[in-house]
Design a protein around this ligand. Structure first.
Ligand code: NAD
Length: 250
């Protein structure tokens, strides 16, 4: 059983980390970008570029207004809870995520490094005043699109758009260099430089487990590739680990 193999690797590793992508949140009702029901099947990726935000803030917000509202009704699923539990057991040291939905933190994970920012926060591009996204959604309801700051500047979500540098990459790479095992979960592993995280672990001699419904460009260098749904597979790993630790203590 693959759950047993992954569970054993986690139990014998000394510094395991998780690298997560949009696929961990699809079971929470948040569509990914490139999966079979991904957003890019319906919308143009141009909508998530900094150039588009500058050119047409209203059109940009028509898309982000919908994405933001969808996100606020979503709850962590079994995969987020399983990772939080693995962290509590001391078996996962950090989660490096490309996600902007904040669901790892809602599930109770503590050491979460967000590479692409968070949709739960916004800021004004002119005076840099920060806003809670709920306040911005209320502003949209009252004043329309695009949301504006009291200084007159346009407000934007605090997420990394295509064409912008990612957040926290040096911290994330430092962690990746320390790690002896990385679980790459629900990511197409196509977005650079985020995909340097699993690559770096592998290059430094660590092991790479890929858990994704579809093929990824790193499958050929992975130690284990699992093509299952993350919300089914990760709880199974947790159950296996619990059964082993019970077995060892009895
Ligand atoms: P991606 O859309 O490129 O890839 C997601 C992968 O997950 C796909 O290969 C898909 O087949 C797989 N997948 C979907 N549901 C799955 C499931 N239940 N079990 C197993 N696999 C599943 O996403 P990515 O690699 O994270 O990269 C792209 C960008 O997507 C990031 O920049 C991120 O900011 C952004 N994004 C984030 C969210 C979010 O925060 N939830 C949602 C959409 C996009």
């Amino acid at each position: 059983m693959e759950c047993d193999k992954v569970g054993d690797l986690l139990l014998t590793s000394t510094y395991a980390i998780a690298f997560t992508g949009a696929g961990i949140s699809t079971a929470s009702g948040i569509p990914d970008f490139r999966g079979p029901n991904g957003l890019w099947k319906k919308y143009s990726p141009e909508l998530a570029t900094i150039e588009y935000f500058k050119k047409d803030p209203r059109g940009f917000w028509e898309f982000y207004n919908l994405r933001m509202r969808g996100l606020f009704t979503a709850l962590p699923n079994k995969a987020h809870h399983a990772l939080a539990e693995l962290e509590k057991m001391g078996l996962i040291r950090a989660i490096i995520t490309q996600n902007i939905d904040g669901l790892h933190q809602l599930a109770g994970s503590r050491n979460v490094i967000e590479l692409h920012g968070s949709m739960r926060k916004c800021y004004c591009v002119k005076c840099l005043k920060t806003y809670d996204s709920n306040t911005v959604l209320d502003k949209i309801d009252k004043e329309g699109l695009p949301p504006k700051c009291e200084c007159g500047g346009v407000i934007r979500p605090d997420v990394v758009l295509f064409g912008e540098p990612v957040y926290n990459i040096s911290t994330a790479l430092e962690i990746a260099r320390e790690a002896d095992l990385v679980l790459a979960i629900g990511s197409s592993l196509t977005v650079y430089p985020a995909n340097m995280i699993p690559l770096t672990v592998k290059e430094m001699g660590g092991k790479l487990i890929i858990l994704n419904a579809e093929e990824t460009p790193l499958d050929n260098i992975a130690d284990i590739v699992i093509r299952e749904r993350v919300e089914e597979f990760l709880p199974c790993v947790v159950d296996y680990i619990k059964s082993q630790t019970l077995h060892r203590s009895s």
